[in-house]
Design a protein around this ligand. Structure first.
Ligand code: GLP
Length: 241
């Protein structure tokens, strides 16, 4: 595990964007596993800026997002399809047919998840997986207790996750109760994993994930076992490690 400390959020965003940029320069047809949440926003802004300057080209890149709320259409402004479109894809040149996000509208959860695993395999696996971390240690939407051996599956969101995400929906009752997410096994199969964490509210869970025992109760703790795991962390989030 490599831990890279950043002095603030801007620094974190630039450092993590540099790692993604280096990946795409070294392997232009990289398969990037992408993440939502507020933490990666600065990374996407930085990558867009470098793209506009001509410093990075996504024309051969494939992207595979971690997760999507079950039941939300791509046009719903709270869906992760919408998030990715508005915060990244509309500004860069990832070809549309190489952008993959679980189909939250597919009511057949087994089919939706199976299809997604096929997409990941057909792409040749993920070269670099970007991750945030939930306050309860979730990665993607793999909540505490999630089996480490799962690939893409449908999850019931934890109450604490719905509460944390209520800020985007205005009201906790509007937060979907389920999501389709890549599993821990899918994440661990990525060749490289890059996690970003920012803010004092992540300090305890980062301490538990990085220094505590590897346990399904802290899903992110499994990353201690990944052969190529990098954590880019801002000072406040790193205050307990
Ligand atoms: C959501 C996403 C996660 C993300 C988490 C933390 O639950 N499914 O992938 O890591 O939020 O988000 P934030 O970065 O806003 O704290």
């Amino acid at each position: 595990m490599k831990v890279i400390k950043a002095k603030d959020y801007e620094d974190l965003s630039r450092k993590a964007a540099n790692i993604i940029s280096a990946q795409v320069i070294i392997k232009p047809d990289s398969v990037l596993g992408l993440a939502t949440g507020s933490t990666p926003l600065g990374i996407y802004r930085q990558l867009i800026e470098w793209y506009k300057k001509g410093d990075i080209d996504f024309s051969d890149v494939t992207t595979i997002n971690l997760d999507e709320y079950r039941g939300l259409s791509p046009g719903n402004d709270q869906s992760y399809h919408y998030f990715m479109q508005e915060n990244f894809f509309r500004y860069v040149n990832v070809p549309k047919d190489r952008i993959h996000i679980p189909d939250g509208e597919d009511p057949d959860s087994d089919r939706a998840c199976r299809d997604y695993d096929v997409i990941i395999k057909k792409a040749g696996g993920i070269d670099l997986q970007l991750l945030g971390i939930g306050r309860d240690g979730h990665i993607g939407f793999n909540e505490p207790g999630a089996a480490f051996g799962l690939e893409t599956h449908c999850v019931d969101l934890a109450e604490s996750t719905m509460a944390a995400n209520a800020r985007f929906f205005g009201d906790k009752d509007k937060v979907p109760r389920q999501a389709y997410t890549m599993g821990i096994k899918s994440i661990m199969q990525a060749k490289k994993v890059l996690m970003v964490a920012s803010g004092r509210e992540k300090a305890e869970i980062i301490r538990d994930a990085i220094l505590g025992p590897v346990t399904p109760q802290v899903p992110a703790s499994i990353l201690q076992m990944h052969p190529d795991f990098t954590l880019v962390i801002e000072r406040e989030a790193a205050s307990l490690i």
